[in-house]
Design a protein around this ligand. Structure first.
Ligand SMILES: Nc1ncnc2c1ncn2[C@@H]1O[C@H](COP(=O)(O)OP(=O)(O)OP(=O)(O)O)[C@@H](O)[C@H]1O
Ligand SMILES: [Mg+2]
Length: 248
């Protein structure tokens, strides 16, 4: 296996077809351990489909996905989570009839392989500390359905941090429809978790200022293919990238 472990995630010629439509086509990506990678591209270019393929919600039509040099594209979403892959959804998925704190406990309590459920008080403290960290502590006993869209996004993100081990965090539009204050909390959480815990992030976003501040490199997706890679500054000057955005 990869002794140096430099590449955490690799996709090789990844393809997803929906009937006649090719949503992702021959997409090969290499994401370094500890990287914060941005995924950008026009609407409908295949970014969410890519997240769904990596997290296991969709099966690839062709190609392969490797985590730490081990093939994972045949595994169910749950097994991928157990290997350290977590994701958020473009529209936050929270349990609306549960409290904020209860939502936070779901990953630990459904961890059938570990013994974390036996350490309940400790897990609760961990959840409360994370809620403090994302400035939702004052809402821990509120039902999730009473939260704003931005607060739900924050809760969804914080809940992901409860998964252990957490190696790769996939985020689909974490900043969409989120106010500037919550946006900066999300940014700071990503940076801190990356710096302190070495978590690798793949972040799909249309918010270029946030992408610029967070991401070492971006991959530009257009019609299911990766048409450019580099810093945001670099790719912004590539004619094919400009055309993809203007043409769309
Ligand atoms: N489950 C599905 N069934 C059929 N077609 C789908 C499905 N999911 C996505 N598609 C199609 O695949 C293409 C890529 O969609 P996708 O949602 O991945 O784009 P996106 O880059 O995330 O767009 P946006 O920026 O608007 O979120 C689109 O043409 C979309 O209609
Ligand atoms: Mg999308």
């Amino acid at each position: 296996m990869s002794a140096d472990g430099i590449q955490l995630l690799e996709t090789k010629n990844l393809t997803k077809r929906f009937g006649g439509l090719v949503a992702v086509e021959n997409l090969s990506l290499s994401i370094r351990r500890g990287e914060i990678r941005g995924i950008i591209g026009p609407n409908g270019s295949g970014k969410t489909t890519l997240m769904n393929l990596i997290s296991g919600l969709y099966r690839a039509t062709a190609g392969a996905i490797y985590l730490e040099a081990q093939r994972i594209d045949g595994l169910t979403p749950n097994v991928r989570t157990a290997r350290g892959i977590i994701r958020t959804f473009q529209v936050p998925k929270v349990f609306r009839n549960m409290t904020v704190l209860e939502n936070m406990l779901v990953p630990a309590l459904s961890d059938s392989q570990g013994d974390r459920y036996k350490r309940h008080p400790e897990i609760v403290r961990e959840a409360q500390a994370l809620l403090q960290f994302v400035q939702l502590a004052h809402m821990e006993n509120r039902l999730a359905q009473t939260l704003s869209g931005g607060q739900n996004q924050l809760l969804q993100i914080a809940r992901g941090f409860m998964v252990q081990p957490l190696k790769l965090y996939l985020m689909d539009e974490p900043f969409a429809g989120v106010n500037p204050q919550i946006k900066s909390v999300i940014m700071e959480s990503i940076k801190a978790m990356n710096r302190e815990k070495g978590i690798t992030f793949v972040i799909v976003s249309h918010e270029m200022p946030s992408v610029r501040r967070l991401c070492d490199r971006v991959s530009v997706i257009h019609e299911g293919r990766c048409i450019a890679e580099g810093t945001l500054e670099e790719v912004a000057h590539i004619p094919a990238v400009i055309e993809a955005y203007i043409g769309g």
